[in-house]
Design a protein around this ligand. Structure first.
Ligand SMILES: *Cc1c(COP(=O)(O)O)cnc(C)c1O
Length: 393
């Protein structure tokens, strides 16, 4: 079975839903047992981590349907849902590290994970080292006897460096450390973390899985070895995910392959257009042959999604110039998140937080999310935006 077939059929069992194509949305806190024996049995299954229903916080068949579908798509042992993508990132790290341990994080990591290193991890005595995302097998030199986990995110947030995940995983496993990967950009359709040596695959399902900008959700899919600790940590923290959001995510999942193909196609066309503009210093898109990460991307990924970066020339840094471009856009929205059907364009300045590597460009970065609009219409909007930018620079 191929992935586009799998996304249609995985996790659905019409025999459990009296024939309905989709799973029911079960709103529940209390789950009633019909007898003391059943109550004990539900409790036993819950404690043993077996499939079943015990209490709303641990999810119901609504949750199981999505978890099953994702587990199949990820080629994982099991999947845990979280109330946001970031909650999934944080819990994956917390599951792998205790006081006195050490964790390696890429300099291109999603910003809130960088913050986690300086706040909660520091408070609980977990040391972190930020590494060059392009380090590859050279990561071996950064391990200490206390290193328990290496975090990867490929391509990186905002700056889009492609990482050599198999080489990093080999180095980590040689030292008994786990590998956590934020795979939100590619989704399991375009990159299979566990098949490349990752132990915990994290996804901000808020983005492409939900796909319609109307729900927050995250998940972590793991190997059998990494599962018990993830599950225990998540239970300790008491996360619960609302059934309506779970339903929206399983609904989004069914069309993800067709949406992603369109996001990808439009993204590549927009990227090619940006690359031709004199105001553009560089386009950060691994599927462009000129991108430094292109060879690795081609080796490991089966597609590129619709999110990429554009580095403008330093003269565009002046606020009136940037505002002239952004404020007049009609189709590209200015807002956090991405992966929905609507296009977005958001300026960032990665040089503000990069450390220990430095970001070599003086101009601002644009993060562009190619939505599902007609590409010609999007290009007209961008043409006009760049005319305004040119006039203001
Ligand atoms: C958005 C995002 C997250 C966090 O997801 P939320 O659902 O917004 O909490 C994590 N990682 C990456 C790469 C993201 O883009």
């Amino acid at each position: 079975m191929r992935d586009d077939t799998r996304t249609v059929h995985a996790g659905r069992s019409p025999e459990r839903t009296d024939g309905a194509v989709n799973p029911p949305v079960i709103h529940a806190s209390t789950i009633l047992a019909r007898s003391l024996d059943e109550w004990d049995e539900r409790g036993r299954r819950m404690a043993a981590g077996e499939r079943g229903t015990y209490y709303g916080r641990f999810g119901t068949e609504t949750h199981r349907a999505l978890e099953d579908a994702i587990t199949e798509l990820e080629g994982a042992h099991r999947t845990m849902l979280f109330p946001s993508g970031y909650a999934a990132c944080a819990c994956a790290v917390l599951a792998c590290a205790s006081t006195g341990d050490h964790v390696l994080l890429p300099d291109s990591v999603y910003f809130p994970v960088r913050k986690l290193a300086g706040s909660l991890l520091t408070r609980f005595g977990v040391a972190t080292t930020f590494y060059d995302p392009c380090i590859g097998a050279g990561i071996a030199e950064l391990f200490t006897p206390a290193t328990r986990a290496v975090y990867v995110e490929s391509p990186g947030s905002i700056t889009f460096e492609v990482q050599d995940v198999p080489a990093i995983a080999a180095a980590a496993h040689a030292r008994g450390a786990r590998v956590i990967m934020d795979n939100t950009w590619a989704t399991p359709l375009y990159f299979k973390p566990l098949a490349h040596g990752v132990d915990l695959s994290v996804q901000a399902a808020t983005k492409y899985v939900v796909g319609h900008s109307d729900a927050m959700l995250g998940y972590v899919s793991t190997t059998a070895e990494a599962w018990p600790q993830l599950r225990a940590t998540s239970e300790d923290l008491g996360y619960a995910v609302g059934p309506d959001d779970v339903y929206l995510a399983q609904r989004g999942l069914r069309t993800m392959p067709v949406r992603l193909a369109r996001h990808a196609e439009t993204g590549l066309r927009l990227a090619a257009w940006f690359a031709e503009q004199p105001e553009v210093e560089r386009v950060l898109h691994p599927a462009l042959p000129s991108d430094p990460g292109h060879a690795l991307w081609k080796r490991d990924f089966t597609g590129a999604s619709g999110l990429f970066g554009v580095v403008l020339r330093p003269a565009a840094r002046a606020r009136p110039a940037l505002a002239a471009l952004v404020d007049g856009l009609e189709l590209f929205g200015l807002g956090a998140s991405w992966g929905g059907y609507e296009s977005l364009l958001v300026p960032w300045s990665p040089d503000r937080w990069r450390k220990p590597t430095s970001w070599p460009y003086g101009g601002p970065c644009l993060r562009v999310h190619a939505g599902l609009e007609n590409t010609e219409d999007l290009l007209v909007d961008l043409e006009r935006g760049f005319q305004r930018l040119r006039a203001a620079m």
